[in-house]
Design a protein around this ligand. Structure first.
Ligand code: DC
Length: 216
């Protein structure tokens, strides 16, 4: 058997990465990794420990020291913190507001890269994030970049009951110095403004299967 396959799914906020990544993982029998959840967990942990989010050194230092473990929960790879996965806590408005500062710290991104690459111990992966194709698994042949109009993305967030300034978040993710959101070389860009998740995921699954068949 060859190396595990990694499908890198990057894109803007609310472009449908999570929904599609889960559908693709299920259809192909791959494990699913939400890297945003890892950054959110660190942001939550910083808030818990009272670490000043504007102090990059303190954030990086906590990241080097926190006790974590990757676990496969029914095909979802999760980062447990002190034996606990903070599922609800990482989705609060407070954590959401804290996470861009944490995600911009170089030491944090270095730690996350190593941890995210460790995920291949669980086999083939669908990994969603912002820098998977550019930085975490640049060697993969399976790179996709999702986007949708700002209007459509705002509607999707609102229907999830979340009121968020998406333009501001995209700007912060795209303009940070460390691993900014970018379209990876060789990535297939999919604007799914007018597509359902079923249509989007089917497009990606077909593209992956075609490539796998072509390369044997
Ligand atoms: O996808 P999300 O909204 O859960 O991501 C939370 C934050 O983490 C968002 O500000 C972007 C950042 N992030 C990142 O910088 N790199 C990743 N690979 C995943 C998320």
């Amino acid at each position: 058997m060859g190396d595990p396959i990694v499908i890198a799914l990057d894109g803007t906020s609310a472009s449908g990465k999570s929904t599609n990544a889960k559908l693709i993982a299920k259809a192909l029998g791959y494990a699913y990794v939400d890297t945003g959840a890892m950054y959110r967990s660190l942001a939550w942990h910083c808030l818990e420990k009272g670490v000043d989010l504007d102090n990059d050194k303190a954030v990086a230092s906590l990241c080097r020291r926190w006790k974590t473990e990757l676990r496969d929960d029914d095909g979802h790879i999760r980062l447990y913190v002190n034996g606990y996965f903070p599922e609800k806590e990482i989705r609060t408005a407070e954590t959401s507001a804290a996470v861009p500062a944490v995600a911009a710290v170089r030491g944090v991104r270095k730690w996350m890269k190593a941890k995210q690459r460790e995920c291949i111990q669980f086999g083939n992966l669908v990994m969603e994030g912002r820098d998977i194709g550019t930085n975490i698994f640049p060697e993969t042949d399976f790179k996709f970049y999702l986007d949708a109009s700002l209007d459509e993305r705002a509607k999707r967030r609102a229907s999830d009951g979340v009121d968020e300034n998406l333009a501001e978040r995209d700007k912060r993710d795209s303009q940070r110095a460390a691993a900014p959101l970018m379209i990876a070389l060789g990535a297939r860009v999919i604007d799914n403004s007018k597509m359902t998740a079923q249509e989007t995921s089917a497009l990606i699954i077909d593209a992956v299967r075609e490539r796998l068949e072509a390369t044997g």
